[in-house]
Design a protein around this ligand. Structure first.
Ligand SMILES: [Zn+2]
Length: 465
């Protein structure tokens, strides 16, 4: 043993045994509170939008897709049933007639057992009685406690009539819930969005003239003021390209990104969804496709003063997203989204990210639509993240570097809340696009500034490695 390894061994509190290291990493991962940076949950003040309970859990679109494989029922017949009847059918088909082996069904089992409910119940009477006896606020506290979550970010659509009441009343709601301004309708269906934006008093037109762009910006400014979102967000198809000759591209470059810069907000892009592959299945009918990472790198390069949060839906895009993040300090990869939110894939993606990015990413978000889902989604993800983090520290141990519990806690906190809080400006000053990217060899990201029209030529000369 050389003298450096000896001194490391004597570092106060350093963990020298694999078993002690594993115990410490697991314990730290399970007790560190998560700031859940993307969900579809709503604070109780949003009324009927705040979903919880067994009927909501069982009619989650992930389970509806699985039901359709198991049960010979026409989708339109299924959707004509009441919510309770739908839940009964899902329970009978996926939980009684079969072992609930899939991630989505196993998740229900974990939510039930965590709440001391019988996962082998023949019907839903016990579960319904339990939820009927809960007070919304108390149940919310209990779920946050079990899931060890400190805060969640909602998905807020400025064109949604159901949300409008809360926003028009001044947007007062539980402070553990935070807003994210979702722009899907604006950016993915401009023509259909126009009358809705007009109805709110902004004189936009389909034709994106300078006046229409200015009015769209005024619309965004007004909603940023009203919602105080942590970030602006959009989900994008696998065919997403930037730049391109489209309303979306024009709106992103001339309205969204300037608004993000002025209000100091990141833009979250969730890329790779193929909507309505089977429209009969409604929400359960969306699928995925491999996207082109060039759209992301073009944006990061052309807009160094913007910060981007990016998640991609195809497994095949994960490695190149890590590599892109090594090139651009203004790019933060996040989460294992939707069809990636399964232990085998989280395991692979998280290991890949540790190897390429250290702890400079956001490993997971829950995407929960039903409050109770926080319980299993976070427990399942924590288990896989703990394994991946342990292996990274174990490799360091094999190389003669012994972590202390404090160092482990610091990295876990970074992963579960710090990176996100910093990125959205909740903690210290958020990193700007002008900071050095890890591979930049001393070049600042600002050196990547150039006109979009010159993108391809410039890329060949400036982006190396
Ligand atoms: Zn989502």
């Amino acid at each position: 043993m050389n003298q450096h390894t000896q001194s490391a061994n004597h570092l106060h509190g350093a963990l020298r045994e694999p078993s002690a290291l594993r115990a410490c990493v697991t314990e730290t991962v399970f007790r560190t509170r998560v700031f859940d940076m993307h969900t579809h949950l709503f604070a109780p003040q949003f009324g009927a939008l705040n979903l919880w309970g067994i009927d909501e859990l069982l009619t989650y679109h992930y389970l509806i897709a699985e039901l359709m494989r198991a049960e010979n029922i026409a989708p339109r017949k299924f959707f004509a049933l009441s919510k309770g009847e739908q839940a009964d059918l899902v329970w009978h088909t996926l939980f009684i007639e079969r072992a609930p082996l899939s991630e989505a069904t196993r998740g229900i089992i974990r939510a039930l057992t965590a709440l001391d409910l019988n996962p082998r119940a023949k019907d839903l009477r016990e579960a319904r009685a339990f939820f009927a006896n809960q007070k919304a606020e108390d149940f919310l506290n209990r779920v946050f406690e079990i899931a060890c979550v400190s805060g969640v970010v909602m998905t807020n659509d400025p064109l949604d009539a159901a949300e409008a009441g809360v926003w028009n009343d001044g947007g007062e709601f539980d402070s553990r819930f935070h807003a994210a301004l979702r722009m899907d309708r604006l950016l993915n269906g401009w023509r259909e969005a126009v009358p809705h934006i007009k109805a709110q008093g902004f004189s936009v037109q389909e034709d994106l003239s300078a006046g229409a762009l200015a009015e769209t910006r005024r619309f965004l400014d007004a909603w940023i003021e009203r919602m105080k979102p942590l970030y602006l967000a959009v989900s994008l198809p696998d065919t997403f390209a930037f730049p391109e000759d489209s309303a979306r591209s024009k709106l992103i470059s001339e309205v969204v990104l300037p608004a993000c810069r002025e209000h100091d907000k990141p833009l979250a892009m969730m890329i790779g969804v193929r909507r309505r592959v089977n429209p009969e299945l409604q929400l359960a009918g969306d699928a995925l496709g491999r996207a082109d990472i060039t759209a992301v790198t073009n944006l990061c390069a052309a807009y160094p003063d913007n910060r981007f949060l990016v998640t991609m839906l195809a497994r095949e895009n994960q490695h190149e997203l890590c590599v892109a993040a090594r090139k651009f300090g203004n790019l933060m990869p996040f989460g294992c989204w939707w069809f990636l939110n399964n232990p085998s894939i989280i395991s692979e993606v998280t290991r890949e990210r540790f190897e390429l990015l250290g702890a400079s990413f956001i490993p997971q978000h829950s995407d929960a639509r039903v409050l109770d889902q926080l319980i299993y989604k976070w427990e399942h993800s924590r288990r896989v993240i703990a394994d991946a983090l342990y292996e990274s520290f174990k490799c360091l141990m094999d190389n003669g570097w012994f972590a202390t519990p404090k160092e482990i806690e610091q990295e876990v906190t970074r992963l579960f809340s710090g990176n996100f809080r910093q990125w959205v400006g909740l903690e210290t000053k958020a990193r700007g696009g002008g900071s050095l990217s890890p591979d930049s060899d001393g070049r600042s990201a600002r050196e990547f500034e150039f006109e979009i029209t010159d993108l391809k030529q410039q890329q060949r000369t400036k982006i190396q490695d």
